[in-house]
Design a protein around this ligand. Structure first.
Ligand code: FHN
Length: 416
């Protein structure tokens, strides 16, 4: 059953489920999203006033004219930016790919583009190509790198979508913006930075089927293995995304990803301290993977280029959990039963992994609709688990204490 939270316009093209180019991504399960740009400077505050909503939307929310917003570039000097440390953090978190905003809706570019001087490389005192440094570092550390690219909205370009406070919408030539600006920039991204894992287009809005298809063809021509996210529009992507921060209620067939925040913003905001707990984030990762999805979890670095310590702490804790229990998620597929007695399952061949958020105090679990001959508590005390088939389902006892405070894992096997 198709879940309502997988939107059609953010969907997967027919037949993509059989496409083996996606295999690495299907097995990866966990990626790092990075939203970084000029919006990290105001960090949610404009003219002394807190601007509600997500930080990277401050230009639109406060209807800041281009003439006032774009000079932020002259202040952008992220001297603490360290590509090596960012990639190392993703590795420590157990994440298998990184997606960074090469251009967000505000139009500012994190890469050196011949199409505009409105970039970190040409328009800031920093003067470095952030995307190049990250691409080089990802290659060094064997990490896949993808680029977020806002193809429809661009609040800086006069013909881009979205800015109706500087520009008259009725005078815009959106087709010219796509043909003469977006396509050359996508060409640069897929030509100048080596192998690109995926392009994460976003907010398709009114992009036509033809425009989406031409962008897809351009990507396929330049880098046939580069995946294209379903937010390209018109159901032409290689995989679907859910709405932001939305986990489907049950298993969903096909290939899909949940883009999600750790607090309530993507771009850094000084006012946002609503951090999800480590337990919540680990359980969300397990929940998504058990339903067949992939988790793309965001960080919003500061204007200096620092990933907030709250994000670092959470990513490291998730990585420590994955270090112990990664076999129960990486390379698995959706579990055979959904939400069995408040638990989650994944499957790897004949092996079923049972994820237990609330470990039973009496060391006994009864699992309706599951079958197994043997059960092992991963990272447990090593005592043999009793496995009995009962009328109520599979009964596991002698489980011992919880090996993990956030989510413990039991490996179930059938005899051949
Ligand atoms: O408008 C953007 C938003 O700023 C952010 O980039 C998210 C990430 O999924 N995508 C859009 C809203 O869905």
């Amino acid at each position: 059953m198709q879940d309502a939270s997988i939107q059609v316009d953010r969907g997967q093209r027919p037949g993509a489920e059989q496409d083996t180019r996606l295999d690495w991504w299907r097995d990866a399960k966990f990626g790092l999203f990075i939203h970084w740009g000029l919006y990290a400077i105001p960090a949610g505050v404009w003219r002394g006033e807190h601007v509600p909503g997500i930080g990277e939307w401050i230009m639109l929310r406060a209807r800041i004219p281009v003439a006032e917003y774009s000079p932020l570039a002259e202040q952008f000097n992220p001297v603490a930016f360290d590509a090596r440390a960012w990639v190392a953090l993703a590795k420590a978190a157990g994440q298998k790919y990184i997606v960074i905003t090469s251009k967000h809706h505000d139009g500012f570019c994190l890469f050196d583009s011949a199409e505009t001087d409105y970039s970190v490389a040409r328009g800031t005192p920093f003067g470095r190509d952030v995307i190049r440094e990250l691409a080089d570092e990802c290659r060094r550390q064997d990490m896949r790198l993808g680029f977020y690219y806002s193809q429809t909205q661009d609040w800086y370009q006069p013909d881009g979508d979205g800015n109706d406070w500087d520009y008259d919408e009725s005078q815009k030539d959106f087709a010219a913006y796509i043909d003469s600006y977006v396509k050359p920039q996508v060409r640069e991204l897929l030509t100048n930075y080596g192998d690109v894992a995926l392009i994460w287009f976003d907010t398709p809005k009114g992009i036509t089927e033809r425009q989406s298809r031409e962008l897809l063809e351009l990507c396929n021509e330049l880098q046939p293995d580069c995946l294209v996210c379903g937010r390209l529009g018109n159901t032409l992507g290689d995989y679907a995304t859910t709405n932001d921060n939305t986990i489907p209620a049950g298993a969903v067939p096909g290939d899909w990803e949940v883009p999600a925040t750790m607090n309530d913003t993507w771009g850094f905001k000084t006012h946002d301290h609503n951090w999800k707990s480590i337990a919540d984030l680990i359980q969300k990762l397990v929940d998504i993977v058990s339903k067949g999805g992939v988790y793309l979890l965001n960080v919003g670095p500061t204007a200096l280029g620092e990933i907030p310590p709250e994000s670092v702490e959470r990513l490291e804790a998730m990585g420590a959990w994955l270090e112990r229990y990664g076999e129960s998620l990486y390379g698995t597929r959706a579990g055979p039963v959904q939400d069995v007695a408040g638990m989650r399952t994944t499957r790897q061949g004949e092996v079923v992994y049972l994820h237990v958020f609330d470990w039973p105090v009496d060391g006994t679990l009864v699992l309706p609709d599951l079958d197994a001959d043997t059960a092992e508590v991963l990272g447990g005390g090593g005592e043999a688990v009793n496995v009995v088939r009962s009328a109520d389902g599979l009964r596991l006892s002698n489980l011992g204490g919880a090996p993990d405070p956030h989510c413990s894992v039991i490996r179930l096997r059938r005899n051949a």
